[in-house]
Design a protein around this ligand. Structure first.
Ligand code: IPM
Ligand code: MG
Length: 350
């Protein structure tokens, strides 16, 4: 089990410590951890947010545990050197096109959701976000219009193969769940979405057991707060999935709770919380490590086929939250280390 550990910036460093302690507590055989810089810390140490040695390590590892990148002091850098380009570059270089972002209510946390408890308690959905295309990776730039005005542009595009491969992942995921797939688009306005919808329909023919629906993204955003329990798997493009997953996190209770897996064709994956580096609280020891710990659980499941170990970690996190060991994001006062301690204790008590 060769894992590239890329903690990155801000709270990434602090939450990664706890995720690694949880892995150690599992007594896994043949665990090999190799650390490397990524993001702002890599820019400062090596002049690039994704240095070649970090990319090489990521390519040679079986899995990548990724903390967060983001550094406001470096926001002025040109786009290729911005710290976000590190995670975008890893996703693209490793062809990690399928991003799984599960959002499930935690028993006992319903009152901490931004929604009414009875509505929040019903959340059990998976956002399946395409991760290597869309407006994120289209041609972009700034230019001058004919009248000499500055103009920014980003081309949104998906080709049919990109849509088909993520659609297959989504249908298979739905088959392993409640067999409902909602494809999110903006087909009333965008040509990209018209093709997206047509290709999803074609792929659907191979999965007659899955109930497919389509929803415009504005409606999906509204439905997610009105009645999130209606969703099982939500299939989205890159941009819409980015936005809807942040929204889903607050419906569950906190952005500090949602994990993600980014997968390609093989078993290698990148595992990261959906939240960022939170520079406002970095270094204070108060970040919630749950999303990072749950990302490590997703790694055990998807890259190493260790479903039982993944479930143990997920159950330990749920138990700790149910015992009211809550971080500052959830209105409690447990520190990053205390939350990590509680999860480790739960695992050793098992
Ligand atoms: C995410 C983040 C990234 C994204 C940023 C850091 C580039 O918001 O993983 O959701 O937009 O994909
Ligand atoms: Mg995001």
């Amino acid at each position: 089990m060769h894992i590239a550990v890329l903690a990155g910036d801000g709270i990434g460093q602090e939450i990664m410590v706890e995720a690694l302690r949880v892995l150690e507590a599992l007594d896994l055989p043949d665990l090999r951890l190799d650390h490397a810089d990524v993001g702002g810390v890599a820019y400062r140490n090596h002049g690039h947010p994704l240095p070649p040695e970090t990319l090489e390590l990521a390519k040679s590892a079986d899995a990548i545990l990724f903390g967060a990148v983001g550094d406001p002091e470096l926001d002025g850098l040109r786009r290729e050197l911005r710290v976000e380009s590190a995670v975008l570059g890893l996703r693209k270089e490793l062809q990690l096109f399928a991003n799984l972002r599960p959002a499930k209510a935690f028993a006992g946390l319903e009152n901490l959701s931004a929604l009414k408890p009875e509505i929040a308690g019903a959340i059990d959905l998976l956002i399946l976000r395409e991760l290597t295309g869309d407006v994120y990776f289209g041609e972009k730039g700034q230019r001058e219009t004919a009248t000499g005005r500055r103009q920014g542009y980003d081309i949104m595009a998906y080709d049919e193969d990109e849509v088909a491969r993520i659609a297959h992942v989504a249908f298979k995921a739905a088959q392993g769940r409640r067999k409902k797939l909602c494809s999110v688009d903006k087909a009333n306005v965008l040509q990209t979405s018209v093709l997206w919808r047509a290709v999803v329909e074609e792929v659907a023919a191979g999965y007659p057991d899955v109930e497919l629906s389509h929803m415009y993204v504005d409606n999906a955003a509204m439905q997610m707060v009105r009645n999130p329990g209606q969703f099982d798997v939500m299939l989205t493009g890159n941009l819409f999935g980015d936005i809807l997953s942040d929204q889903a996190s607050m419906c569950v209770g906190s952005i500090g709770l949602l994990a993600s897996a980014s997968l390609g064709e093989g078993t290698r994956g990148l595992y990261e919380p959906i939240h960022g580096s939170a520079p406002d609280i970095a270094g204070q020891g108060i970040a919630n490590p749950c999303a990072m710990i749950l990302s490590a659980a997703m790694m055990l499941r998807h890259s190493f086929g260790m479903d039982a170990a993944a479930e143990r970690v997920e159950a330990a996190v749920a138990a700790v939250l149910a015992q009211d060991v809550l971080g500052h994001d959830l209105g409690g006062d447990a520190s990053t280390t205390q939350i990590g301690d509680a999860v480790v204790a739960q695992l050793t008590d098992d």
